[in-house]
Ligand binder design. Structure first.
Ligand code: SF4
Length: 346
């Protein structure tokens, strides 16, 4: 069976070339055709020999992603895309505009197995991991789209549907393609991986020698509450998670961001605030406070902005860099934790 060439890093394409008697440097030409010139068949790669083009055709395909629906936020122009994959499965991705930049929020799995109780994405269970090419294709679609407007994608966040670190190998390959100068050429520091806290994978990521940003969904300052909100905490309690984040900082020198959804009377009490301050005191990281996005079927209410400001003030006084972040695309259910599986009409 033919392989999707976008599932291969440039190094892997070079290995294929070497093993089939070709020069490995053609990998760069092939990547330029696929990612910069955006061609969809090997026949168009006119600076490669006919023999090599035939070899590529015999072994690979160049697949794309099919847009089924798009919604645009009337509040902030965030765009949510519903895509169909080659096997008929559907995924969502989001393009978020802000002043002078665009951020692409990509999905890494179809569904999610971690079952955080405030999140819509995992509610219908887990279907499968996305292949590297399926992640890259979400981004390539947005780049193509913005090119028409003479704009470009500046940041990439793996914060869509799924837990990125649970699809580790495919994620790293996708990042290598996105980052490579001959492919999509987006700097590692412009790429953020968001995780619900898989401490063992954070430790592995720290050894990868790629300086991507790490964003950890914290959402609770003690194990009892965190385990109730996020079952993953039973396997990786706060002590192991914070220790893994510390090691990530020490080996990459990148400040870890802790996301903290503010849910009224659930995790926003004075006691929670004191615990959060103690947990993160002295830690080289940042806190993003996000007021919870209500979602039908989930019985939580958002904290008030006043509460968020109190949290910010206390944390800042303790020396912890803290921002209040507004989720984008709330009116089209494109905000954090709102992406859903099997949404037929976007
Ligand atoms: S927050 Fe992330 S890890 Fe948790 S259920 Fe949602 S998608 Fe999965």
């Amino acid at each position: 069976m033919k392989q999707e060439i976008k599932n291969l890093t440039l190094e892997e394409i070079a290995q294929f070339l070497t093993s089939s008697g070709e020069k490995p440097y053609h990998a760069q030409q092939i990547a330029l055709w696929i990612y910069k010139k955006d061609v969809s068949n090997f026949g168009e790669m006119t600076d490669l020999s006919l023999k090599l083009r035939e070899k590529l055709k015999e072994n690979f395909v160049i697949q794309d992603i099919r847009l089924i629906a798009e919604k645009v936020s009337e509040i902030d122009a965030t765009r949510k895309f519903l895509f169909q994959l080659a096997d008929g499965q559907k995924i969502e991705a989001v393009l978020i505009p802000s002043i002078n930049r665009f951020t692409a929020c990509l999905s890494t799995q179809i569904g999610c197995k971690f079952g955080c109780i405030f999140c819509a994405s995992g509610r219908e269970g887990f279907v499968r991991n996305l292949e590297p090419g399926e992640m890259v294709n979400q981004l390539q679609f947005m780049i193509r789209n913005l090119n028409l407007l003479k704009q470009r994608v500046n940041n990439v966040v793996f914060m869509g549907m799924g837990e990125p670190l649970d699809n580790y190998d495919n994620l790293i390959k996708a990042i290598k393609i996105i980052n490579h100068p001959y492919a999509l050429n987006i700097g590692a520091r412009k790429i953020t991986i968001s995780t619900c806290g898989l401490a063992d994978k954070i430790l592995r990521l720290a050894q990868e020698n790629i300086q991507v940003e790490l964003s950890v969904s914290l959402h609770a300052p003690n194990d009892k509450l965190r385990s109730a909100l996020m079952p993953v905490n039973q396997k990786y309690p706060l002590k192991s998670l914070i220790s893994a984040c510390q090691k990530y900082f020490l080996s990459t020198k990148r400040l870890v961001t802790f996301e903290y959804l503010l849910i009224k009377d659930v995790n926003d009490t004075q006691r929670n605030l004191r615990e959060l301050r103690e947990l993160l005191k002295g830690f080289k990281g940042k806190v993003n406070l996000i007021i919870y996005n209500p979602f039908k079927g989930i019985n939580f209410e958002p904290s008030s902005i006043e509460r968020a400001i109190v949290f910010q003030k206390v944390l800042k006084t303790a020396g912890i860099i803290t921002t209040i972040r507004q989720s984008k695309g709330r009116d089209i259910e494109a905000a954090c934790g709102q992406l859903l599986l099997k949404r037929e009409n976007g």
